[in-house]
Ligand binder design. Structure first.
Ligand code: SAM
Length: 342
């Protein structure tokens, strides 16, 4: 193992800004820094890289690797430190644009380096995978040993909320719900609670990451349908009928993640959110809050945080991200902590 080697986090393309926030939360023991590339981060200090497997926006972590500007295949081969490894595979993929070299050629040549050291290969079921990502958003190449699924293998596009037995148009898409849960709870232990859980989009993603999970909804039809979805997903989450403005929180709470009914000009929705927050703050001031609210589309920036004038009484807004839904609808994901000034 080289102690001076670099750790790189390769992000999926859906929403790099949200994926960065997720990486910071899930690899909280490391310093995460941006590179010129929108989908490559570097990490200093050890974290539990296996968390990559639980994440929405992380393709994989590349450990004991490196990153440099792409110049030529020869230059890349010179920088890679090969060693003897049993049952390995080499995978090369692209982020955006085209660095003018075939990924298959890179895989063959890098495989050759390891072969020369006596490595054996197992493409069907490798014990270790060496990854190379060509990122043409800024002309970078990054490499290292892969932890996590890698590109396109997580199947988020196949994981649609409308495949569940109980679907409503309000159901959150799984990759958004998963990112929200991971950003909110990070590496904290304890419950994830959704006090307005609807069909259970947030609950299912939280339970799939192994967190203790509780959902509340006022509407008995939602509670029953949500239970059906939980059973269908075969996950361990509890859903109860209750009122978000007065339910009792579990003692060990990591985060509240909520997607409340919200109309911009609806005082009753604003009041409902305010009362929900008051109820949470009366019982707990340490947990994180992530709220997802519908807004008019147009405020999205997939690469950066956005500013928002939405206020969550009693909370300080740490960051906000815009998410496109369709032509006239967007969403804003707000990350907040209890405000100590109040
Ligand atoms: C936008 S939906 C949530 C959708 C959910 N994220 C999903 O993936 O299906 C908002 C939910 O809040 C619930 N709700 C409204 N007022 C409530 C209250 N006072 N207490 C608890 N739930 C409430 C509604 O019944 C509805 O299911």
């Amino acid at each position: 193992m080289q102690s001076d080697a670099t750790t790189i986090i390769a992000l999926r393309g859906w929403h790099p800004a949200i994926a960065r926030a997720e990486a910071k939360a899930m690899f909280a023991d490391s310093d995460i820094a941006r590179t010129d590339s929108r989908r490559l981060l570097t990490a200093t200090g050890e974290s539990d890289w296996e968390n990559a497997k639980l994440m929405s926006g992380c393709e994989c972590v590349l450990v004991n690797g490196g990153i440099s500007k792409w110049t030529s295949l020869e230059n890349l081969l010179q920088q890679i430190k090969s060693e003897k490894v049993e049952d390995m595979a080499v995978e090369c993929w692209r982020h955006e644009g085209k660095i003018p070299v075939a990924t298959k050629d890179i895989e063959r040549q890098v495989g050759g380096l390891f072969h020369d050291k006596g490595s054996t290969f197992n493409l069907e079921n490798p014990k270790r995978r060496f990854g190379i990502v060509l990122d043409n958003s800024a002309g970078y190449v990054a490499w290292g040993w892969m932890i996590g699924q890698g590109p396109g293998k997580h199947g988020w596009s196949a994981m649609r909320a409308n495949k569940r037995p109980f679907f409503r148009p309000v159901s959150l898409e799984p990759r958004l719900a998963r990112a929200a849960v991971n950003i909110a709870a990070g590496v904290s232990e304890g419950y994830v609670v959704d006090p307005m859980c609807g069909t259970g989009g947030i609950l299912i993603e939280s339970a799939l990451t192994g967190r203790p999970t509780l959902g509340i909804d006022f509407d008995p039809v939602m509670v029953e349908g949500c239970q059906q979805n939980i059973d269908w997903a075969e996950v361990n989450a509890e859903v109860k009928r209750g009122d978000a403005t007065r339910f009792e929180l579990p003692k060990n709470l990591a985060a509240v993640v909520v997607d409340p009914p919200y109309g911009r000009n609806s005082p009753s929705d604003e009041r409902l959110i305010e009362d929900m927050l008051t109820n949470i703050l009366a019982q707990d001031v340490d947990s994180k809050l992530v709220a997802i609210l519908p807004v008019e589309s147009g405020g999205e920036n997939l690469d950066e945080e956005i500013s928002t004038n939405i206020k969550l009484p009693g909370y300080r807004i740490d960051a906000a991200f815009g998410i496109p839904v369709h032509k006239s609808l967007g969403r804003v994901m707000i990350i907040a902590s209890a405000s100590t000034q109040d």
